[in-house]
Design a protein around this ligand. Structure first.
Ligand SMILES: [Zn+2]
Length: 236
């Protein structure tokens, strides 16, 4: 596990060489929020960092319900049973293994590793603009129908889950980067993914933190380039 801090945001990276998977701990004045839970073997590393920080964990939030983001969820919830779990209302269905689509949604198949063994029920079902501590929920569908980003209203950092990847080059979800094609292969709808990254860019984030790849400070230029590239590809 590799630990990288930027301000109040701590990035935990598992399998940094081959298939880097990030989860994050946001440090607040008196508490900690865990964002995503990595893969099953991430559990011990997550607990170690929480202990080192010496503040209570008060929230677990999922950016989306893919296997590489919910891997340690069962174990964490059994170790921290009183800590509420939050996920978007829409992706709470995916968390139960339900890949059905609503009539109003684009009828492209939901892809990626959908968990089959989650034995916990989320306490909070998130909608746009909901708040968890300093974090504001931004609905950013595309990678999955209910993907969210979390915007730190204190620092301007955004934790975008797999709406964007930075590993292998910054890319809108669904746009293949040959050096790291996996997030694109797991993306539900490229058009919605593009709209979501425009929404993220519109917030002028100070820091971009994603599920796969390093954090990027002042990411606006990178975001615009990735938007231009995705638009070009989608208009082909
Ligand atoms: Zn992922």
């Amino acid at each position: 596990m590799k630990v990288t801090r930027n301000g109040d945001l701590i990035q935990l990276t598992f399998l940094p060489g081959f298939f880097p998977v990030n989860c994050y701990i946001l440090e607040e004045d008196n508490e900690l929020t865990l964002i995503d839970t990595g893969i099953p073997s991430s559990y011990q590393g997550i607990v170690k960092v929480i202990k080192e920080l010496g503040k209570p964990l008060t929230n677990i939030v999922l950016t989306h319900a893919h296997g590489d983001h919910v891997g340690s969820l069962n174990k964490l919830k059994s170790n921290f049973p009183k800590v509420p779990l939050s996920i978007s209302l829409r992706d709470s269905r995916l968390l139960k293994g339900d890949t059905s689509l609503d009539q109003h949604e684009p009828q492209t198949p939901i892809k990626g590793g959908i968990p089959k063994d989650i034995n916990v029920t989320p306490e909070k079902l998130l909608e746009d603009s909901d708040e968890i501590g300093s974090l504001q929920v931004i609905l950013t569908p595309g990678h999955t129908p209910g993907s969210i980003s979390l915007f730190d209203t204190r620092s301007g950092a955004i934790i975008a889950g797999d709406a964007i990847q930075t590993r292998g080059g910054v890319a809108v979800s669904g746009q293949i980067r040959p050096l790291f094609p996996f997030p694109a292969m797991a993306t539900w709808n490229k058009k919605q993914a593009l709209e979501s990254v425009k929404k993220i860019k519109g917030l002028s984030p100070s820091l971009l933190a994603v599920g796969h790849g390093h954090m990027i400070e002042a990411p606006s230029v990178h975001l615009q380039k990735s938007i231009d590239k995705a638009e070009e590809n989608l208009n082909k």
